[in-house]
Write a new protein. Structure first.
Length: 251
């Protein structure tokens, strides 16, 4: 095609300056006509302008991490300890300890106070009655950042006789020991334990069911099901009867 070859040759023979002028003129024509080149050229600055906006998001996300770590910073270096108290004064000791912490300025080094309890059930006047019972009467669990000063302040709280572990260096509880106490509280909250415990060969009286007012001896105890197998004498024969803990009472 002679005309095309001639056009190419003409372009190669032109001076560089002339070629740049022609190139700029061609681009101007394409922009004026709304060509794809014009659209791409216009879009490029927009993409470059968006990049800094994306980079600006990173610092905002980074500021969230310290807030999560600081959710409860005062408990980070604390361990659980057990203090011994006068029996029946566990709640009073917990209240006194909180008051002393506020008065003497060590409240920020004192965490949770836990009085381990469990729910128990018993029969009263033919009805099941549920109540709370101390798991460990005379003891209070304390979460604290231990040192000599805090040991002294806690030990001098009214009705506190000392820390479990003895001496000036009480032994903190392990995580497993704390979890066992918490698990037992949760478990008895769902299924209350019988208030009275029984032993094998102990004599009991049946207070509910078809064998009401019969007496017998405990032959087997099932703590998982809260049941007893009691040997009851019926018509001169010793007969095993399975009963709920609440169906019997100690003689």
């Amino acid at each position: 095609m002679p005309e095309l070859d001639e056009t190419i040759a003409t372009g190669l023979d032109q001076e560089p300056a002339d070629q740049e002028v022609l190139a700029e003129a061609a681009v101007a024509d394409e922009v004026a006509e709304g060509s794809p080149v014009a659209e791409e050229s216009a879009a490029a600055p927009v993409e470059e302008a968006e990049a800094p906006a994306e980079e600006a998001v990173a610092p905002a996300e980074a500021t969230e991490a310290p807030a999560e770590e600081a959710a409860n910073p005062e408990h980070a270096n604390m361990n659980w300890y057990i203090i011994h108290t006068y029996s029946g004064f566990e709640n009073k000791v917990a209240e006194s300890l909180r008051s002393r912490a506020d008065a003497f300025g060590f409240g920020h080094r004192l965490g949770q106070l836990l009085i381990p309890k469990e729910q128990v059930v018993e029969m009263k006047n033919g009805k099941k009655v549920t109540s709370d019972r101390m798991l460990y009467p005379g003891y209070v669990m304390v979460q604290m950042e231990m040192d000599d000063q805090l040991w002294h302040e806690v030990k001098n709280t009214p009705r506190v006789t000392g820390f479990v572990g003895g001496g000036n260096t009480p032994v903190p509880l392990t995580a497993d020991e704390v979890n066992k106490v918490l698990f037992r509280q949760t478990k008895t909250g769902d299924v209350p334990r019988p208030k009275v415990n029984y032993e094998k060969n102990e004599t009991v009286r049946i207070v509910d069911g078809p064998f009401n007012n019969f007496s017998g001896k405990v032959d087997e105890i099932n703590h998982e099901r809260n049941t007893l197998r009691v040997m009851v004498t019926i018509f001169g024969r010793s007969t095993p009867v399975e009963l709920d803990f609440l169906q019997v009472e100690k003689v």
